[in-house]
Write a protein that binds this ligand. Structure first.
Ligand code: CMP
Length: 143
């Protein structure tokens, strides 16, 4: 069973969309292993997005992610990275299909509602950055 890291970004928290987004994850049949409303500092945001450090949008991205609380989650399921990437939709909400989270709730590339790990490797790295082991719940989902 794989795990992934999902983060509802400050734009969606501000718009009271946490419930809508979490519902989609639960309705899909995925298991929430950890979740927290959390204000990231600059160090964590820079580390999380370190692969984009050379990009022109890097500083703006770090400013945005630290501008307010995010809702960080660890989600578990079969092929969960692929399944959640399909649920989330394309990075640019203007191009994301209707029915996806970004397609239904966003228009702006920078403020694109949610982040999801793009591989099992990134998932491991990102889960380790945002959560400690004690925050990861071990329980059985009876559904
Ligand atoms: P995310 O999946 O969180 O991973 C990197 C983020 O960078 C991405 O979602 C976008 O929100 C953001 N991003 C990517 N390209 C651009 C861009 N050209 N301008 C601003 N933000 C961008």
């Amino acid at each position: 069973m794989e795990r992934t890291f999902l983060m509802i970004k400050p734009d969606a928290v501000q718009r009271n969309l946490i419930g809508e987004v979490v519902s989609r994850i639960e309705n899909k049949g995925l298991k929430l292993v950890a979740a927290k409303l959390f204000q990231a500092n600059e160090e964590l945001a820079k580390e999380h997005y370190s692969e984009h450090v050379e990009k022109p949008f890097f500083n703006g991205l770090v400013d945005f992610i630290t501008s307010g609380p995010v809702f960080a989650m660890v989600v578990e399921g079969n092929n969960v990275v692929e399944v959640t990437r399909t649920l989330v939709g394309e990075t640019n909400p203007a191009k994301a299909a209707p029915g996806t989270i970004r397609g239904d709730y966003g228009v702006d590339l920078g403020r694109n509602i949610i982040h999801g790990s793009d591989s099992n490797e990134s998932a491991k790295r990102e889960i380790g950055l945002w959560f400690n082991d004690a925050e990861l719940n071990d329980y059985k989902l009876n559904n």
